[in-house]
Ligand binder design. Structure first.
Ligand code: ADP
Ligand code: MLT
Length: 274
């Protein structure tokens, strides 16, 4: 790739246009952005190889994205799927359960979404709703919560034992960053539809979320299915890191090892975690 063609490509990116048109134009910021875009593109090329390996070898992959509202899960998922074949992956973002689903085993609607051979499924929120969002907002009873917490590790073990490559990410943001993002979302005509009733209470319920989050890590950070924490106050960095982790964990071939950075923070190292 020539520099000219790189720049031409980058020029079409809205982010760069905004930076360059900004009155407070900063060369440092712009270069960081260019750097981010080039790195993202290199990692996305690896993701295409990964997907080919999954398809050719009939592997099954499940990746779940958890974290507080506005942590950037959706944005990271979009960067992962940007260039891969839409026939061979699915993004699952289930709405609140219907009456019929409420009558079923809690995991049932998630089981229905598990991958067929050769498929990658990305869960934007997952069954872990019952570990945090639901008890915090009163959407489930204490008893339902306990039953879930008692079943989830076994459930995930069964998924892994059925031959699924399973990865779980937790996007971690600070209270201030969440507040800032909510303000931006509310102001943006393209984003304000996203601001939900659950979001509206997230700041005031911050500490209750923290409490349930800690309990979730304590009880569900298993050897077979450990949590991978993504420090997500910086969106770009978090997106690159998620892709790096995926490329590192999945044993696809041929892998460009030199491109992938060594693995970093685990649950134990994260602030507030027991
Ligand atoms: P998102 O984070 O995907 O933008 P929300 O902030 O609206 O969505 O809600 C957070 C999560 O809580 C979603 O997974 C949603 O399905 C779930 N949820 C919202 N309301 C309920 C409810 N009444 N019962 C169970 N789950 C709910
Ligand atoms: C995020 O973490 O950003 C979610 O995917 C979307 C949102 O809650 O704004």
């Amino acid at each position: 790739m020539s520099l000219a063609s790189d720049i031409e490509k980058l020029n079409s990116k809205t982010g760069l246009r905004q930076l360059v048109n900004n009155e407070t134009f900063s060369i440092g910021k712009t270069l960081r952005y260019v750097n981010y875009e080039l790195r993202l593109e290199a990692l996305q090329e690896e993701l295409i190889k990964l997907q080919n390996w999954v398809t050719t070898n009939k592997k099954k992959v499940v990746i779940i994205f958890e974290g507080r509202d506005a942590a950037g899960k959706g944005g990271a998922i979009r960067r992962i799927t940007e260039h891969i074949n839409p026939r061979e992956f699915r993004v699952v973002a289930l709405p609140r359960p219907t009456e019929e689903e409420i009558g079923q085993w809690y995991f049932q609607r998630y089981v229905n979404q598990l991958p067929k051979a050769g498929e990658i499924v990305l869960f934007d929120r997952s069954w872990y709703n019952r570990a945090v969002v639901e008890p915090v907002n009163g959407f489930c009873t204490e008893e339902e919560y306990e039953i879930f917490m008692g079943q989830v590790n076994a459930f995930e073990k069964m998924i892994v034992e059925s031959g699924v490559i399973f990865i779980k990410f937790y996007f971690s943001i600070s209270k201030e960053e969440q507040a800032k993002r909510f303000e931006e979302i509310k102001k943006d005509p393209l984003k304000k539809w996203k601001f939900s009733d659950v979001d509206a209470k997230a700041q005031e319920l911050w500490d209750v979320y923290t409490d349930y989050k800690k309990r979730m890590f304590k009880r569900t950070n298993t050897k077979t299915c450990p949590w991978i924490i993504i420090k997500a106050n910086k969106k770009g960095k978090a997106r690159l890191e998620v892709i790096e982790r995926i490329l590192d964990i999945i044993p696809y071939e041929p892998k460009n090892e030199a491109l992938i950075k060594p693995v970093v923070p685990k649950v134990e190292e994260v602030e507030n975690v027991d």
